[in-house]
Design a protein around this ligand. Structure first.
Ligand code: BGC
Length: 408
């Protein structure tokens, strides 16, 4: 600033006194404005910092490999709280009120990163991919090249593979300067978990004052590659670890679903839910028709009687935000509505939960939570009649899912 004023004085020295006075005035004004400008900038920065510092960051422990893991707390004006961690860009806690205003944490999770690295973690709350759900026999072909992925759910590939699946990676976090928002970024290098292309990803969690947890995803690549990202939150609206979800009332905005073989790979058909245990177009208790859900699969499906694990085609136009699901827990009155621009949603009724120990000494029993994973259809990369999951260089993958909480 001083240097600038000196420079203007050098110029006015060459002129007459009157104009010098005028110029002096102008230069003083400039200096004053600069000071005000700098002051404003400082005030703005201070303001931003206040906004940023209203998203507290804490340690969430250290991975077995020695990486420090962070956890961020988002809170809206109504007192709802969401906690997200850099490990797997994971939703760890989500506290929402019941009809009496009583908060409960409604998602499965662990107290620190060691739980997420342990055997009890079944993708709790994580960002799942590069391709969520299954790829048949871990094989696909893009642009004439066949790629082979890990078989981690015999005989198929599930949720992006092994150690370098997105759910097991440490993401970089940045807090928003306004609003309650944290963005996680990660670049998955070409060939990681067998997938082609350097994939740059961004996942943003926002807790709005309309009681919504919004998740925005973005990705770009330098080679054609399949991408299908979702969040794998396990919900129990009575409170995570409070029993089963069999009494939760579920509504799905889906006339159709994709039947599977006995390894949960779609046959390629798209069939009507009408007349099956998958018809959730009107609210039904999750537990009411579980034994019948087997009929909606092939006869020898090994997992069918365990509960729901089905991909539903969301009515309406993929690419546009529209209602996909509504979940209500009658006792607490808590309601979750899910809106998405994705083509489909997986209903998974916690069929492999095994009473593992979770947060705050709670355990998560068989069917103790439900996942509603917005997604492209499973194994899309091997079905030309399914909406494509291939991201091309130059394109940007973008998708949004909103979880809106209320009471009834
Ligand atoms: C799948 C289930 C799988 C579970 C693992 C779900 O998305 O549909 O089949 O067992 O994830 O937690």
């Amino acid at each position: 600033m001083r240097h600038g004023s000196d420079a203007s004085l050098n110029i006015i020295d060459q002129t007459n006194v009157a104009s010098r006075r005028g110029s002096c005035f102008i230069s003083r004004m400039r200096a004053t404005l600069k000071t005000i400008g700098n002051f404003c900038a400082l005030a703005l920065i201070a303001n931003f910092m206040t906004a940023c510092s209203s998203i507290p960051k804490a340690s969430f422990g250290t991975t077995k490999a020695g990486e420090a893991i962070e956890i961020y707390t988002l809170q809206n004006k109504n007192g709802l709280i969401a906690k997200v961690t850099t490990y797997g860009a994971t939703l760890v806690e989500l506290h929402v009120p019941d009809k009496n205003g009583q908060l409960a944490d409604v998602v499965n999770g662990f107290d620190d990163v060691s739980g997420y690295e342990g055997d009890g973690n079944q993708y709790f709350g994580c960002t799942t991919g590069r391709v969520c759900n299954r790829i048949a026999k871990g094989k696909f072909t893009v642009d004439g090249t066949e790629y082979t992925l890990a078989i981690n759910n015999d005989p198929n590939h599930l949720h992006g593979g092994n150690d370098k699946a997105l759910s097991k990676q440490v993401w970089k976090a940045s807090k928003s300067c306004c609003g309650q928002s944290v963005t996680f970024t990660l670049t998955s290098p070409d060939g990681e978990e067998g997938y082609p292309g350097n994939l740059k990803m961004k996942v943003t969690y926002t807790l709005t004052d309309a009681n919504e947890l919004r998740i925005d995803y973005e990705a770009t690549t330098d080679q054609a590659t399949p991408v299908n990202l979702t969040n794998h939150a396990y919900f129990n609206l009575g409170g995570a670890g409070s029993g089963t979800v069999l009494d939760h009332l579920l509504t799905l905005n889906a006339d159709k679903y994709t039947p599977t073989d006995d390894t949960l790979i779609p046959t390629g058909k798209i069939e009507a839910v009408a007349g099956t245990a998958l018809d959730f177009r009107q609210p039904h208790k999750i537990g009411a028709r579980i034994p019948d859900s087997a009929a909606a699969k092939t006869e020898d499906c090994k997992t069918a009687t365990l509960g729901y694990d089905h991909n539903f085609v969301v009515n309406g136009t993929a690419g546009e935000l529209r209602p996909a699901a509504k979940l209500k827990e009658p006792k607490s009155g808590r309601v979750l509505e899910i809106f998405t621009d994705q083509p489909a949603i997986q209903l998974y009724s916690g069929n492999f939960l095994k009473s593992q120990a979770g947060k705050n000494g709670k355990t998560y029993p068989f069917r103790g939570a439900v996942c509603l994973e917005t997604q492209h259809f499973p194994d899309s990369v091997n079905h030309a009649n399914f909406p494509s999951t291939i991201l091309q260089p130059g394109q940007t993958y973008r998708t949004t899912t909103i979880h809106k909480f209320s009471v009834e």
